[in-house]
Each structure stands twice: as C-alpha cells, then as structure tokens.
Design a protein around this ligand. Sequence first.
Ligand code: MF3
Ligand code: CO
Ligand code: CO
Length: 394
Amino acid sequence: MEKAASESSLACARCGEPALLQCPKCAQLKLPREGAAFCTQDCFRAVWSSHKSIHTKLDKLTSGLTTQQSLEGWKYCLKKGRARTSQLPRFDWTGPLRPYPISKTREVPDEIEKPDWALDGIPKIEPESDLQKRVEIKTSEQIERMRETCRIAREVLDAAARVIKPGITTDEIDRVVHEETIARGGYPSPLNYHFFPKSCCTSVNEVILHGIPDARKLEDGDIVNIDVTVYYKGVHGDLNETYFVGNVDEASKQLVRCTYECLEKAIAIVKPGVRFREVGEIINRHAAMSGLSVGKSYCGHGIGELFHCAPDIPHYSRNKAVGIMKAGQTFTIEPMINAGVWHDRLWPDEWTAVTADGKRSAQFEHTLLVTETGCEVLTARLLSSPDAFPWLKP
Ligand code: MF3
Ligand code: CO
Ligand code: CO
C-alpha cells in the first residue's frame, strides 16, 4: 500500500471519504487511480477479495503487451470490418501460431493522396473497372510513375527488414512501414483495403499470406514475410520478401531459398508472347524438385492505377490462365511455397491464411513490367538493400 500523491483529491472506493492510500498493484499496472484509492487500510482490506480480480483480469487480457499498449485499446481482430474483441476467438488452430491484439488505426496526413477505400474500407473503382477483364498496356507516362512508386515500396520494405530481430513485434514492423511510406508522400495501400486494419501484411511461420501485424514478438527461429504495397502518384507498387529471425533451422532455410528461386525462375521467362499459364509450370517444377508444394488459393495480379486487376497469374501447374504477355503490361508474381500440403485455412479474422497442416510457408513477390525483350523488375533490390539472404552474398 502506497501513499496516494498528495495533490490528488480522490474518494475512497469503498466509503467515499477522502482517499490517502492507493493500491500498489494498480499503481504498478498503471490502472486508473479512481477505484484504486482508499481512505484506510480497513476499507482496502474490506474490498480486497473483489478488488484484486481486476489485476488478474488485466494481466490475462494483456499478456504479451506492455501496460502502455494495454491502455491504448489493443484488441484482437475478429472479423473484416466488425467490432474487435478482447478475447482470443475459438478456432481449430492448424499450427503453434496464435493471433495477438492489434494496435489502434494509424493515421495518414490529409495532404497524402489516398485510394478510394481509405475512408470507408470499400474499393469502388477497382471492382467495377473493365481492367478486371482486359490487361492494360501502360503508357510511358504510367510506366514512369510505376517505376517511382515501386522504388519507394522497395525502400520501405528494406527499412522494415532492417528492424527484424527476436523480440520485436510485427506491429513495430507495421509502424516502420507506415511511417516510411508517409515520409515519402505515399499511402500504405493495404490500410483499410476491404477493412484490412494495418499498413502491411506480416506472415509468420505457418501463415501463407495476409497476416495482420499484431503484438506478438518475433522469436529466434521464426520466418516472417513482410508484404508492402505503396500508393503514390496514382499507382500501386507491390512486393514482399521472407526473412529469417535469428537462427533458423535448415528446413526453413531451404524453404525460403527455394521460394526465392521459384520467383527468379518465373521472372526469367517473362517476355512478350509467353503464356501467363507458363509461370505456374516453372514455379511448380522447381518447388516439386525440393519436395515442396505450391499455394493455389492466391494469385499474382495486374497492378497499376488499380491494386488488383487482370491478369490473374496462378503459381501452380496445369492452371487455366488465358492470354499471353505483351510489352507494357505490369503485374506481380508472388509464389507461396509450403513445406507440407498446399491447402490453406482462414483464421476467424478472415484475413490470415495459414497452411492446413500447420507447416511453414514462404513467399516472395515483385512487380514486373514486360519489355520488348523480357522484363524489368520494378521492385528490384537496390545496392543499399540489407543483406538478408546468404545466397546473394558475392
Ligand atoms: N500485397 C498483397 C498482394 O500481394 C495484398 C494485400 S491486401 C491486404 O497482393 F488487404 F491484405 F493488405
Ligand atoms: Co500482390
Ligand atoms: Co503484396
């Protein structure tokens, strides 16, 4: 029991008399002083059995959170666009990973140009556009804007990659992505896209993609994918990479390296005249060679003034994608490679896609421009990019 600060004029939580004493546990947890102040030891003792439960309630709710975070209203993401909850939802989790509370919505300054979902969570132009059916050939002016935006997206991803280490939360990664994006005058495209609550996706271990940044601390041995999309000068640039956290087991190293190679090999065939469906053949062949499987539920996509548009580019073999590549098209390739089965399940948050068997999954993504002779990787690594991958060392 501590003396309440003398300038306070709090009433005893039991009898209403002026309170001079404060519950020490509440003070330690930085709980509101109202309801935690008492006039005498007698009053404090009299209510102790009911009072003490607020300490344990708070402890459970915020396990893994600092007190500051718990006071900022962190809650679990329950469902797209729905109210959040303070309780972990019931679910047949496929692996060891669990969701953690997510922080409050991050703000974007008024001066930054925003896509049409920023305010209400609903993309309006995108689903109605004829570019869902027809693959646009970009003008040189659009291409120049795509180059600038993709370069920014790369710089943002690199900044996020530099803070990865055991103990940092995926929410802290999201903060870096958010701040680095707005510092460059961009809008983080995922923020409020179909109600996605954060500024990037962070997908840990068995998460295939669309993981929501939250209060979970990265652990030594984890793998984490960071997927960044930036909206700048009216166009989107989209890329992702999977990183090692501390010392990772050999099988995870193989998984991440093979996924990197799948994307490299797919990029190598991109040029005018090649069938979109060929991309999946190349990726599947390389993954299968290492005994790995290819995620089938999510595809690469056209990108530009729209975040997601035609063409759809499946990453698996014997897919039914129609059409051939033409110079001036921009699209992503973003293979997801799994250590076990290809099948996925969705968490109750309706975003996080995990492997059905709980084994690990890795992903890499680039935004590409088809050129007359091949392709330009608009989100290519820079000389300044961090050395995240041992196989790229000279
Ligand atoms: N960047 C992802 C992609 O590669 C899309 C994320 S949408 C979000 O297509 F809403 F989940 F953020
Ligand atoms: Co993408
Ligand atoms: Co992406």
